[in-house]
Design a protein around this ligand. Structure first.
Ligand SMILES: [Zn+2]
Ligand SMILES: [Zn+2]
Length: 112
């Protein structure tokens, strides 16, 4: 049986369904990830791009890192949440922010 993991943006209209296990899980504390997440570091899971189905309307923002490499972020135009991104140099993989996987049934409303 293949496990399907569901991620969505804050408003829920943009979703990513990921089939199977991630091939890479990482954390990053670079400035760009801090600004994207609003936290001290980011955490993301990468899957083969053909194992991820994205549904909903998204916009794309392209960033050029100090290394000169490009990254492309898919984000919701309604709530601003980034649901997925790809990086030049990590071809064939797509990153999903781990926090986007939170199962609604387990969500705890900490902040009103
Ligand atoms: Zn949204
Ligand atoms: Zn980073």
């Amino acid at each position: 049986m293949t496990i399907a993991r569901h991620a969505h943006c804050r408003c829920g209209q943009l979703t990513a369904t990921c089939f199977g296990a991630p091939v890479r899980v990482s954390a990053c504390h670079c400035r760009a990830c801090q600004r994207r997440t609003g936290g001290p570091f980011s955490a993301q899971a990468r899957f083969p791009i053909d194992k991820v189905t994205i549904a909903g309307a998204f916009r794309v923002w392209e960033r050029v890192a100090e290394s000169g490499r490009h990254a492309w972020y898919r984000w919701c135009g309604e709530c601003g949440g980034t649901i997925a991104y790809t990086n030049e140099g990590l071809d064939g993989l797509i990153a999903i922010p781990i926090g986007a996987f939170a199962d609604d049934a387990n969500d705890v409303e900490l902040h009103p």
